[in-house]
Design a protein. Structure first.
Length: 255
C-alpha cells in the first residue's frame, strides 16, 4: 500500500517566498489529484514568524514594517485554511518551531497572566481545521506516515554538517527544518539498518527585511514529498531554483 506525505519547511509567513510556496502547493495538488490523495501534511515549524513578539531589540529598518501581529496571525490562519480546503482528507500536523514559541516566551516575560489564554492552537483554530499540534521542545518527534522516518523542527546537532552529526548522534532517520539549508546524509549501522537525515531547506523570502541580520547565501528553497511503500520511506527533496522546479517530468514555474 502506498501512502504520501508532504513536508513543508520554514515559511516565516508573512515573509514567505510566495512564488516558491505556490509551486510547492501546485506540485502537491497535482499529486493529490492525479496520483492519489495526500495522506499526511507535516508543517515543520516556523510556518509563522511572530516577529511582533520577538524579545530581541528591534533594529531601525524594522520600524517601518507594515505587517502587524494581527496581520501575521490572519495570514497564517488563511494559509492553514487553504491547506485544509485543498487537502480535505489529509492528516495535518503542525510541528511548532522556535519562532512560534516566541509567543509563549513573550507572554511569560511580559504578560504571564495571559499565558494560558493565548495559545497557538486557539489563535490558528487547530480544532476547527482538524490540525494536530506538536509543541516545540526536547521531546518533539513526529512519525512520518507509518515509516521509521521521523520529523521535528530542529536538528539534534547544529553546525556545518548538521544532517550527518544528527544521524550519528541519535541513530534515527530524521527530517528537520530550522537551518534553512538543504542537506542529506545516510549511513548504515553494523546491523545493516539505514539511517538517513535531511535538512529540508525553507520557503521564505531571503530578501525580506527581517532577515537582514543574517547571511542567507547558504539557504535553499526546497520541500519534501515522502512515499511509504508498506512502511518503507522513499524521501524526495524537491528543489526550487529561480522559482522553477521539476517533478515527475513536469516543469513548474515559468521558463
Amino acid at each position: 500500500m502506498v501512502k504520501i506525505a508532504l513536508n513543508i519547511p520554514d515559511c516565516h509567513i508573512p515573509w514567505q517566498d510566495i512564488k516558491a510556496y505556490n509551486i510547492m502547493l501546485t506540485i502537491a495538488k497535482d499529486m493529490n489529484d492525479k496520483i492519489k490523495p495526500i495522506d499526511q501534511i507535516n508543517i515543520m515549524g516556523d510556518f509563522a514568524d511572530f516577529h511582533g513578539v520577538k524579545l530581541h531589540p528591534k533594529m531601525p529598518y524594522e520600524m517601518s514594517l507594515k505587517e502587524t501581529l494581527k496581520d501575521e496571525i490572519r495570514q497564517v490562519y488563511l494559509a492553514l485554511e487553504h491547506l485544509r480546503e485543498l487537502f480535505p482528507k489529509a492528516d495535518i500536523n503542525y510541528i511548532e518551531g522556535n519562532h512560534e514559541q516566541r509567543l509563549q516566551r513573550y507572554l511569560v516575560q511580559k504578560a504571564p497572566e495571559l499565558f494560558e489564554f493565548v495559545t497557538l492552537p486557539e489563535l490558528f483554530k487547530f480544532d476547527t481545521l482538524r490540525i494536530q499540534y506538536y509543541p516545540y521542545g526536547r521531546g518533539q518527534l513526529v512519525q512520518c506516515l507509518d515509516t521509521d522516518y521521523h520529523l521535528r523542527h530542529a536538528p539534534y546537532n547544529a553546525g556545518k554538517h548538521t544532517a550527518a552529526s544528527t544521524a550519528h548522534n541519535k541513530g534515527i532517520s530524521l527530517g528537520f527544518g530550522h537551518t534553512h539549508r538543504k542537506q542529506s546524509y545516510t549511513f548504515k549501522t553494523a546491523k545493516n539498518q539505514e539511517i538517513s537525515c535531511y535538512s529540508m531547506g525553507w520557503l521564505g523570502d531571503e530578501n525580506a527585511p527581517i532577515f537582514n541580520y543574517m547571511d542567507t547565501d547558504n539557504w535553499s528553497k526546497s520541500f519534501q514529498v515522502v512515499y511509504s511503500l508498506n512502511g518503507l520511506p522513499i524521501v524526495h527533496t524537491i528543489d526550487i531554483k529561480n522559482h522553477k522546479a521539476v517533478y515527475n517530468g513536469t516543469v513548474y514555474g515559468k521558463i
